[in-house]
Design a protein around this ligand. Structure first.
Ligand code: AQP
Length: 332
């Protein structure tokens, strides 16, 4: 079967709704049909300063949330990136194949470094997309389930796989992005022109999955809409309402057209009240399951240890092929 790979950062506190609807939800579905590899990307996390104890705790918290969201260690390989040293090793080769100008064109780096001040941004933040290239190519992934903001990095991955294959002989599978149109970009609830994001959103615009459900309901009810009253999916003209319809539809399984019909003539208040309830019904068991995994760190760590072992078997094979192709002298 086809292979998928994706990763998520060990964010302080909680995943947000954009992470879940844009990526993690697809990961859960794809473990049924694909040979699936998913990881907590702690190497990526240190591209910005991290407190060591917090990083460790957040890595466990991320794994617990992935399991709570429905990843099943019997159906997928779930691991922590730093447990598989091949990621950093292949990244070095990929760094040496990437043009400086090419890396400089990555818009996520431009955005993030602009926020931090260009002089304070680390070289690691600059080469982050190239580590991501290594992450994907090590597993010979066919598809990479991510949100729209990652499309450019998957393009870079394709370019570098083709470049390596062209220069050294066929080695890497050239992956495709797996981006669902409907949920590719979930927007900030207060500023529906920008994506919901841990760094750019204000607290009111950001739905953290582990927030108190009451807070979540409040945020939904105070979401920015528009001065019109018609519940209609129109991302250009009605970005706020359309974002709420996308979220509602995805979490409830009801089609957007059904929702438009249901709220015809009822206005935004009814839509928000019901969506708040749908959201609370989703986050309440999610929080409980996450807590259960956190309460049993031994089980959690052993799931991650088994995952790392499976991941390493694949990664080590790919890396040794890449080393041989590049011309590194075998160690014995
Ligand atoms: N708003 C979003 N809509 C859809 N998908 C999203 N993703 C993130 N935000 C949205 C997807 O979530 C996955 C994991 O993301 P990540 O942990 O790598 O973090 P990120 O992209 O850095 O998340 P943020 O919140 O957007 O962080 P900042 O603010 O630091 O940029 C990815 O597949 C991503 O596409």
């Amino acid at each position: 079967s086809l292979r998928v790979l994706s990763g998520i950062q060990p964010t302080a506190g909680s995943f947000h709704l954009g992470n879940y609807l844009g990526a993690v939800r697809q990961w859960v579905a794809l473990q049924e049909t694909h040979d699936a590899f998913y990881m907590v990307v702690d190497l990526h996390a240190i591209t910005i300063p991290q407190d060591p104890a917090e990083l460790r705790a957040n890595t466990r918290l991320a794994a617990a949330q992935l399991l709570a969201a429905g990843l099943d260690p019997e159906r997928c390989t779930l691991f922590v990136q730093s447990h598989v040293p091949e990621h950093a090793q292949l990244a070095w080769i990929m760094n040496c194949l990437t043009g400086f100008g090419e890396a400089s064109r990555m818009t996520q780096f431009k955005d993030k470094s602009a926020k931090q001040g260009a002089d304070r941004a680390s070289v690691g933040l600059f080469t982050y997309p190239i580590l991501q290239v290594a992450d994907i190519l090590l597993y010979q992934a066919n598809e990479v389930p991510v949100g729209e903001d990652q499309r450019q990095h998957i393009e870079l991955t394709r370019d570098l796989a083709e470049r390596f294959n062209g220069r050294f002989g066929d080695t890497f599978t050239v992956p495709r992005p797996y981006i669902l149109k409907e949920t590719a970009k979930i927007y900030d609830l207060q500023e529906p022109s920008i994506k919901m994001s841990k760094s750019a959103s204000t607290p009111k615009g950001l739905i953290n999955l582990l927030d108190d459900p009451k807070t979540t309901a409040k945020k939904v009810k105070s979401a920015v809409t528009d001065t019109d009253t018609v519940v209609r999916y129109d991302p250009e003209g009605k970005p706020g309402v359309s974002n709420l319809l996308t979220i509602y539809s995805t979490l409830s399984g009801a089609a957007v057209a059904e929702l438009e019909e249901k709220y015809a003539g009822k206005g935004y208040g009814a839509l928000k009240t019901d969506l708040a309830e749908v959201m609370v019904d989703f986050v309440t068991p999610f929080r409980e399951r996450t807590q259960q995994y956190l309460d049993d760190p031994e089980t959690l760590d052993s799931i991650l240890a088994k995952g790392a072992e499976k991941a390493r078997a694949v990664a080590a094979e790919t890396l040794s092929q890449a080393y041989a192709r590049v011309g590194f002298l075998p160690a014995k």
